[in-house]
Design a protein around this ligand. Structure first.
Ligand code: CAA
Length: 260
């Protein structure tokens, strides 16, 4: 598919997906959301892919939100459809079977913060700014923000951000657990690639099942979630990766995982 606003470049086993609409600080319009979904569908079919890094073009913005000039004209039904499309794009990122790291390189506001939160974890540059400023526009966060933010940082921190529309800096985001760490802008991509490289050394089977255990288990009560974990733990023993990983440990050598 020809993409105008989403670029995808593969570096070894890692795909760097870049939202690129510089004239609107990478804001998400319908075309960009559709391209994002198509891009992740295509990446899902790439059997060699280890991880994805999601970032924004330029040095100013990750994604400055859903596109306000596009939304300004919408009626209620169109607004609902746009919200569903945005949620589908966030869900495509959230449900991706390989790790997705957000490299937050500037403004991550509204739909941009929601997109970062749909990733598995976030590493931010020092100039990154986060917020859910929808209340300034007469709307509520609509791409999952009212749900993912409290799950990530807790109800009180989430509601303060959502109700005030305040923008917070990267250090503040780190303090409340919205990002894992903060690095200088020039170190952001190398740092994310290094994390992806580290993950690429591990068992692909285990990596997928870890993601599944965390994502699915968080939606269950702890007793059912732990039973689900036992099931997935058991599934590992059907894999070559488990046999290789444990044998390599006993042989005192590095494992050679095949992902089978
Ligand atoms: N939608 C459309 N265009 C946007 C945009 C957005 N979300 N954010 C920035 N732009 C455009 C600006 O209109 C401007 O375009 P022009 O040059 O044609 O005027 C260009 O990007 C540069 O932006 P600014 O001149 O405003 O840059 P700045 O440095 O002065 O400010 C900013 C940067 C603080 C990020 C400011 O642009 C801003 O507040 N943007 C809007 C942020 C926002 O409210 N996001 C939430 C959107 S609602 C949402 O996302 C709903 C949801 O949950 C799905």
């Amino acid at each position: 598919m020809q993409m105008n606003n989403v670029l995808c470049e593969k570096q070894n086993g890692t795909a760097v997906v870049t939202i690129s609409r510089p004239k609107a600080l990478n804001a998400l319009n319908r075309e960009t959301l559709e391209e994002l979904i198509a891009c992740f569908e295509e990446l899902e079919r790439d059997g060699d892919l280890v991880a994805v890094i999601l970032t924004g073009a330029g040095e100013k913005a990750f994604v400055a939100g859903a596109d306000i000039s596009f939304m300004q004209r919408l009626n209620a039904l169109e607004g609902r459809e746009f919200g569903k499309l945005g949620q589908a794009a966030m869900n495509a990122v959230d449900a991706f079977t390989r790790p997705v790291i957000a490299a937050v390189n500037g403004f991550a506001l509204g739909g941009g913060c929601e997109l970062a939160m749909a990733c598995d974890f976030r590493i931010a540059s020092e100039n990154a700014r986060f917020g859910q400023p929808e209340v300034n526009l007469g709307v509520i966060p609509g791409f999952g923000g009212t749900q993912r933010l409290p799950r990530l940082v807790g109800r009180g921190q989430a509601l303060e951000l959502i109700l005030t529309g305040d923008m917070i800096d990267a250090e503040h985001a780190c303090r409340i657990g919205l990002v894992n760490r903060v690095v200088p802008l020039e170190r952001l991509l190398p740092e994310c690639l290094a994390v992806a490289e580290k993950i690429s050394q591990k068992s692909p089977v285990a990596i997928r099942l870890c993601k599944e255990a965390v994502a699915t288990g968080l939606e269950m009560d702890i007793a059912r979630a732990c039973r689900y974990e036992s099931d997935l733990f058991g599934v590992c023993f059907a894999s070559d990766d488990q046999k290789e990983g444990m044998q390599a440990f006993l042989d005192k050598r590095a494992p050679h995982f095949t992902g089978r």
